[in-house]
Design a protein around this ligand. Structure first.
Ligand code: SIN
Length: 274
């Protein structure tokens, strides 16, 4: 097994490994690299839905997504699917999964089954690198701040996204989760500090006037949007990507109209954040 950096700020590429037959030593190295780098990319995997579930359960319990359509017979596996006649994709903007939950999912494990002939890449951003690059004044300003996250504006039945999305999300009446988390998170496994706000689900900074909160979030988002914090993944069928939702953002590009793109996603449970 060989491991190399995907980019300076985020991710690692793991080669010469079969995820259906990982030894404990290999898994332990993969786990450590995952928490340090924020994302892992494996090419040429042949995974049945059962293999995908077994790999996910090696990390922790599965945190079933309430809104995505699941694979028939496998409620643990969410379909990330866009058909040729659909315009809007899942995850087509910077976000991190499940930050609206009290205990957000640790990570997401996405396995590529059908990839368009071109396009459909996913961008990743590294929150530790982005935090470290802030100046001291901003780091001091962020100390002790908390942010409110929610999902009604995305998955709720009357949300603009659900309408644009052609009503494809289920369970929309249960899209009422809100949670408060630190703006700067000490990673639960490594202790490394990273930014934990995202344009998809963060609603506002707690105990801050609305205009100031908007301006601060906009400043942080502009900072994180700089390409030096990113990696762009070009998918191949059989590729598996997994990312740590506590230390990365991701963004699924929607530049393959008229083509099918289909991946299966399992979300793995996390731990309380401090
Ligand atoms: C997601 O946001 O989970 C989907 C990512 C992708 O389709 O690349």
């Amino acid at each position: 097994m060989q491991i190399s950096k995907a980019s300076e700020a985020v991710g690692a590429i793991v080669e010469d490994v079969d995820l259906t037959s990982l030894s404990d030593d290999q898994f332990s190295k993969i786990r450590q690299t995952f928490f340090e780098s924020g994302a892992l990319f494996f090419r040429d995997q042949k995974l049945s839905p059962e293999d995908h579930i077994i790999f996910a359960e090696r990390w922790n319990d599965i945190d079933i997504n309430r809104f995505f359509t699941s694979v028939e017979g496998y409620p643990q596996i969410a379909k990330v699917l866009k058909e040729p006649d659909q315009d809007v994709n899942i995850g087509g903007g910077w976000h991190t999964d499940h930050s609206y939950d009290e205990i957000p999912a640790m990570g997401s494990i996405l396995y590529a089954l059908e990839i368009p002939p071109s396009g459909g890449d996913t961008l990743f951003a590294g929150m530790h690198a982005a935090y470290e690059a802030l100046d001291d004044a901003m780091k001091t300003r962020l100390e002790g701040l908390k942010a409110r996250h929610g999902n009604a504006h995305i998955f709720g039945k009357d949300s603009a996204y659900q309408k644009k999305f052609g009503g494809r999300f289920g369970n929309t009446e249960s899209a009422v989760q809100e949670a408060i988390h630190p703006v700067v998170l000490s990673h639960p496994e490594t202790g490394a500090k990273g930014l934990y706000v995202n344009p998809g689900f963060t609603l506002n900074i707690v105990d801050m006037a609305e205009e100031e909160s908007k301006a601060l979030l906009a400043e942080l988002y502009a900072h994180i949007s700089q390409p030096e914090f990113h990696f762009r993944l070009q998918w191949e069928e059989g590729m598996l990507a997994m990312w740590d939702n506590r230390s990365t953002w991701h963004y699924a590009l929607n530049d393959y109209q008229g083509h099918r793109r289909y991946l299966n996603r399992i979300t793995v449970a996390g731990v309380p954040l401090h």
